[in-house]
Design a protein around this ligand. Structure first.
Ligand SMILES: Nc1ncnc2c1ncn2[C@@H]1O[C@H](COP(=O)(O)OP(=O)(O)OP(=O)(O)O)[C@@H](O)[C@H]1O
Length: 274
């Protein structure tokens, strides 16, 4: 997405670094903007700091350097306008909670900052969120009896019930089969197209979101690169990022990445944008 004026940015990180007392920064000198309706995928090896980035955007993790703004304010101040789909756990098989109750918890969790709704209005919001993700047909089923894909759609409905301007998703495709990966990805894409919601989508698997992604932020061993898919997901860019030979092959409409090292070299300087 081309440059837009700062007033429209949903996320603005400048010179951002994040590390814990014991170690080197996970990433540093990170400049990232996310605009309304933009779909940004965040990729990288285990431990490269993807979840930590989302936690910073939620105001749960302070930066070690640089600045962060969400919706033009501090992440904590913006929290009630931000939807979050945490990394998935299967629901406890003993829980009797129905699908629609789970979505309701998403509303109640934000209620302190939202206009108080009467029961009918609250129910309408929940129904709308269930419909938005295609979950109406199992709205009254116990959540724990639903498939992994259906449970994931509910988590997204839970994050959408408060009509967020920014949606943060932490590996929502994990352990889903290809059809469910596509279904979940398409729901998120429709959300950003119809409501101009900005999307930050952490994923290990780029292929299900390939048709939708505007830009990729790729984190690796304290370094990162950011840009459109065709610029980031190339042998040349990933080889430079990892300082080790990586091949990116296009097979039919899928990308296959070969040769990513288990432990990327730890270097301190950011890679220039491709
Ligand atoms: N509160 C914390 N204190 C110290 N270290 C932490 C803390 N939170 C996370 N870390 C470490 O920071 C690193 C990055 O964690 P993070 O969960 O952001 O990685 P990730 O890229 O999301 O990994 P994965 O793909 O495995 O989910 C890990 O080594 C983790 O152990």
């Amino acid at each position: 997405m081309s440059e837009k004026d700062h007033g429209t940015e949903l996320v603005r990180l400048q010179g951002a670094a994040l590390g814990f007392e014991t170690g080197r920064p996970l990433w540093q000198d990170l400049d990232l903007s996310v605009h309304p309706g933009e779909f940004v995928a965040v990729l990288g090896a285990n431990g490269s700091g993807k979840t930590t980035l989302l936690r910073a955007l939620l105001g749960l993790q302070p930066l070690s350097a640089g600045t962060i703004e969400v919706l033009g304010k501090s992440p904590k101040a913006a929290r009630r306008e931000v939807g979050y789909v945490p990394q998935q756990r299967r629901f406890d098989p003993l829980t009797p909670v129905r699908a629609r109750d789970l979505v309701g918890y998403g509303y109640d969790g934000h209620e302190w900052g939202l206009p108080v709704l009467n029961r009918r209005q609250r129910r309408e919001r929940i129904d709308a969120a269930l419909a938005e993700v295609g979950a109406t047909r199992f709205a009254d089923a116990p959540a724990s009896r639903l498939s992994g894909g259906q449970q994931q759609l509910l988590r997204i409905a839970q994050a959408l019930v408060c009509d967020p301007r920014l949606l943060l998703c932490d590996e929502p495709l994990l352990s889903l089969d290809l059809n469910h990966q596509r279904e979940v990805s398409a729901v998120v894409d429709r959300r950003r197209r119809e409501h101009e919601t900005g999307i930050v989508f952490v994923t290990h698997e780029i292929n299900p979101v390939l048709p939708y992604v505007d830009r990729v932020l790729y984190l690796a061993g304290q370094r990162f690169t950011i840009g459109p898919v065709d610029e980031v997901m190339t042998s040349e860019t990933l080889t430079r990022l990892y300082s080790s030979p990586v091949d990116v092959l296009r097979v039919r409409d899928q990308l296959v990445v070969v040769g990513v090292p288990d432990h990327p070299a730890h270097q301190s300087e950011p890679v220039e944008e491709p």
